[in-house]
Design a protein around this ligand. Structure first.
Ligand code: ADP
Length: 257
């Protein structure tokens, strides 16, 4: 299951990367081609003209490539709909326990009367799985993982980066190694990892970040070295009710080894 998730995570991160990069890249290529065309018209030196022609052709090949990349990333589109996040998390209980192993105690606090969030359940599941894998890796000698949901209204504490409005949050807190400020500054970068080769892809938090941003939400990270890390995903409140009800409010479960 984890290998599958890693693969899905990779594809998704690549999809998100390509859609963003390909757009910008296409614009840059258009500028390159425009300039090269102008130069081609003014230059008389045959050798220079041939070089410009090569540049023009390369840029055209690049444009074709970005077109293919965009077509690929369109297939990775996310589908936002009113979602019961408690239900999503409840449905992940088995997967989380299997992912975390026996030495980590998992506790869940799902808010009663949680608002529906505008989200894509599959992406949220993947994001939470990514956060759980990171938490596990930060607690090689065991520890606690706490998953929490809550409504975030106008009066509730919220990170500065969060736009005004009502949100629903999922917090994933661990009692692991924590991070240095240097790592914290880079953790959303795609392919940034401190894990040994073969273990980390550096795409986990990039996926979480990309998902949050695409859904007009936010991610906040609080971390203290040797104390632990809390990652909180904020998603906009949906105005419509979620299609499917689910999730046991205020359920607490512990699975010590
Ligand atoms: P990966 O897990 O493949 O390394 P991520 O993007 O998920 O990629 O994480 C990037 C880096 O951020 C990790 O390599 C690790 O150094 C740090 N990190 C992420 N989550 C945690 C956490 N819960 N505790 C400590 N460090 C973390």
């Amino acid at each position: 299951a984890e290998e599958q998730a890693a693969q899905a995570r990779k594809m998704e991160a690549i999809g998100q990367l390509t859609s963003g990069v390909a757009h910008d890249f296409n614009n840059l290529l258009a500028a390159v081609m425009g300039s090269v065309e102008l130069a081609e018209r003014r230059v008389t030196d045959e050798r220079v003209l041939r070089l410009l022609h090569n540049a023009h052709q390369a840029a055209q090949r690049g444009a074709k490539l970005t077109e293919q990349l965009l077509a690929f990333s369109r297939r990775q589109r996310l589908e936002a709909r009113p979602t019961d996040l408690n239900g999503v998390l409840s449905g992940m209980a088995d997967l989380l326990h299997r992912t975390l192993g026996g030495t980590i105690a998992v506790s869940t606090r799902l808010a009663a009367e949680l608002w529906p969030a505008m989200a894509d359940p599959n992406r949220i599941e993947l994001a939470v799985l990514n956060l759980a894998v990171n938490a596990r890796d930060a607690m090689p000698r065991g520890g606690e993982l706490r998953i929490e949901t809550a409504n975030v209204g106008p009066g509730d504490p919220r990170p500065e980066a969060l736009p005004p409005g009502e949100f629903v949050r999922i917090s994933v807190a661990d009692t692991g190694e924590g991070m240095t400020p240097e790592v914290q500054a880079r953790l959303f970068e795609p392919f940034f990892t401190t894990k040994p080769q073969g273990k980390g892809t550096g795409l986990g938090l990039a996926q979480v970040y990309g998902t949050a941003k695409q859904l007009r939400g936010e991610v906040a990270v609080e971390s203290r070295l040797d104390r632990g890390t809390t990652v909180t995903l904020y998603l906009p409140r949906a105005t419509e009710p979620a299609a499917q009800a689910g999730g046991a409010p205020d359920e607490a479960a512990a699975a010590p080894g």
